[in-house]
Design a protein around this ligand. Structure first.
Ligand code: SF4
Ligand SMILES: [Zn+2]
Length: 385
């Protein structure tokens, strides 16, 4: 086999160096020399970002939560393949060490006043905190212990394969009560495989959930609203079903409307005019459709959270431009208030256009939708290609 790696000259390939990861063999923008240089210019001693947001405790009380997004080596699934929408690799560095991660933690702790004002700390790693190939075991241990000693509820993210009985028993000895957020994205094996390239199946998710329940840990499920190769109308129909399918196994369901991250497959579709990020109206409709299901007669089976990243921007969930701020704010408020009253006063002319699009998507045989911004001939919309 020929060993090839990105050339520093033209960003394509040369035969000089040995490749460490399959990703370096792929002719893709993320492997161009200027992008590699950009990645290596990140300060390995500073986290990607740190901020505080309003949250709810597990008992439903309003509180503040710190989010610490660490600069890491990224996700092992991305090293060999990767999800179609995931641009986390843009924030990673291949050589981050245990010492760097401790520096990043100290920086975050200092910046947020020793976490004194928050009750919850979300530690995100652009991958899985409990994956030994990504995060040194000493640092995993440190985060579990430190948050326990600080008396803060810890939220981490993980794929399913790390959540074994052995790993969770080990983690529970260091921190007995934390939440694990899993990027399930879709409760549908076909969507997981062909739209998302998730690299795990529903069977694997169910196994992980079984282990988390056995270890009495909280479960947060991420669902993706409008994955690639799916129309707006289909996304709405499917996502309502997925919420209903995961509600019994999730303490929280966080719905992520697609936002277009640089260098991803969805970015290429978007730039080609073949994908429009979701309408904010679809998110309002989704919430209205599942609200009574997730909290029947006031009993809360699960908490539905929707945080549209880059709302109102062309690459995030958006409406017409005039009503975006107001509609996005109502969606954000719902995640904390859990009240449909947030949506009562919303109105804008563009809702009619959105309704027509949903109606057409749900009634015409158009594989990836009639979204008005698609730059192809109208007759091609009706052919399967
Ligand atoms: S598993 Fe998560 S971090 Fe890894 S490529 Fe997929 S979305 Fe990105
Ligand atoms: Zn509008």
């Amino acid at each position: 086999m020929v060993n090839i790696s990105p050339s520093s000259e033209n960003g394509l390939f040369s035969e000089k160096k040995e490749s460490k990861k399959l990703h370096f063999l792929i002719k893709a923008p993320e492997n161009y020399s200027y992008n590699i240089e950009k990645k290596m210019s990140w300060d390995a001693n500073k986290p990607a970002t740190v901020y505080v947001t309003p949250e709810l405790t597990k008992d439903g009380e309003v509180c503040k939560a710190a989010t610490v997004i660490l600069r890491t080596k990224g996700c092992h699934w991305w090293w060999s393949s990767g999800c179609t929408f995931c641009g986390y690799f843009n924030d990673t560095r291949d050589d981050v060490t245990n010492e760097n991660l401790h520096e990043q933690w100290n920086y975050s702790k200092e910046k947020l006043n020793n976490f004194e004002e928050v009750e919850m700390i979300k530690v995100y790693t652009s991958g899985s905190l409990l994956e030994d190939r990504e995060i040194p075991i000493q640092f995993q241990e440190f985060v579990l212990k430190e948050t326990n000693e600080l008396g803060k509820h810890l939220v981490i993210e993980s794929r399913t394969e790390q959540l074994t009985s052995e790993k969770l028993s080990w983690a529970k000895k260091l921190n007995s009560d934390f939440t694990v957020a899993i990027g399930l994205e879709a409760y549908d094996d076909e969507v997981l495989r062909f739209h998302i390239n998730k690299g795990f199946t529903l069977k694997s998710w169910h196994k992980a959930v079984e282990q988390l329940k056995k270890h009495n840990l909280r479960i947060k499920s991420y669902l993706m609203f409008k994955p690639p190769f799916m129309s707006e109308g289909e996304a709405l129909t499917q996502c309502i079903k997925w919420v209903k399918s995961v509600v019994d196994d999730s303490d929280e369901i966080s719905i992520n409307p697609m936002n277009i991250q640089r260098g991803t497959i969805i970015d290429r579709l978007y730039r080609n005019g073949d994908y429009r990020p979701p309408w904010l109206w679809s998110l309002v409709e989704l919430i209205k459709s599942v609200h009574n299901f997730v909290q029947p007669n006031g009993e809360i089976l699960s908490r539905v959270i929707v945080h549209p990243t880059a709302a109102g921007k062309p690459r995030g969930a958006h409406n017409c431009g005039k009503c975006d701020t107001e509609v996005a704010a109502a969606i954000e408020r719902y995640s904390v208030s859990r009240s449909l009253d947030e949506f009562t006063d919303l109105s804008c002319k563009c809702i009619l256009r959105w309704k027509e699009e949903i109606h057409s998507d749900q009634n015409l045989p158009v594989p990836i939708g009639v979204g008005l911004n698609r730059r192809i001939n109208i007759e091609n919309l009706f052919s399967s290609y």
